[in-house]
Design a protein around this ligand. Sequence first.
Ligand SMILES: CC(=O)SCCNC(=O)CCNC(=O)[C@H](O)C(C)(C)COP(=O)(O)OP(=O)(O)OC[C@H]1O[C@@H](n2cnc3c(N)ncnc32)[C@H](O)[C@@H]1OP(=O)(O)O
Length: 216
Amino acid sequence: MIKRCAILGASGHGKVIAEIAELNHFTEIHFFDDRWPKLQNIEHWTVFGDTLELLSLVDQYELVVVAIGNNEIRLDKVNLLKSSGAKLSVLTHPSAIISSYSQLGEGCVVMANAVVNPFSLIGNACIVNTSATIDHDCIIANGVHVSPGANLAGGVKVGTISWIGIGAQVKQLVKIGENVVVGAGATVLHDVADSKTVVGCPARPLHINFKTISKI
Ligand SMILES: CC(=O)SCCNC(=O)CCNC(=O)[C@H](O)C(C)(C)COP(=O)(O)OP(=O)(O)OC[C@H]1O[C@@H](n2cnc3c(N)ncnc32)[C@H](O)[C@@H]1OP(=O)(O)O
């Protein structure tokens, strides 16, 4: 039986999603990308059109996934496709462990070895990347990316379109605002206000002079 999946965004992230779709028994993977018609292929997969083309074809796909790393653009595209009747659902790698007591919104992807523990609520268009863990009772808003190997402890809140960098850790009950960037490897011990970038262990705003801090 033919089962078609459309992926918007012919990116490295898109390639990972394509393989996860295959593991979920999708037989045809069709890419779309706004660089089309200049961009015709990604690896052995064909790029069939741009966003407009996909919008005109959504009813031909059992699943549509947006594979765009930029959180704001990914969320916008998911909302656009949703309003056009695309079937979005959640695409999960077979090795991921997702509690039946958790919820993930439309357009989410969960990569290999990721874990989502009980009573966590994850919004639309989120990425739970390779080996990321989201522990119990977390509330993750729309368009968030939890990068590979990042760990959120219990009861953490993350605001819309925030990005938790690779290997970062967030202490239990910490609230991370909207549009925040938590840098690679950061350890977040305190709440982070909207639109801040924090890095380091313990995490501090990026504009702080690290050399001065290390002497205090
Ligand atoms: C499958 C995938 O690939 S998913 C993608 C996963 N990728 C990530 O998670 C990357 C996350 N991004 C980062 O950590 C970035 O470094 C950011 C967003 C925090 C900062 O990026 P930029 O604004 O470009 O900062 P830039 O690289 O210019 O660095 C500015 C300063 O901050 C320091 N800095 C940057 N990132 C970090 C970090 N994560 N931890 C500690 N210090 C850092 C730099 O060393 C530099 O210090 P210096 O001025 O003393 O040399």
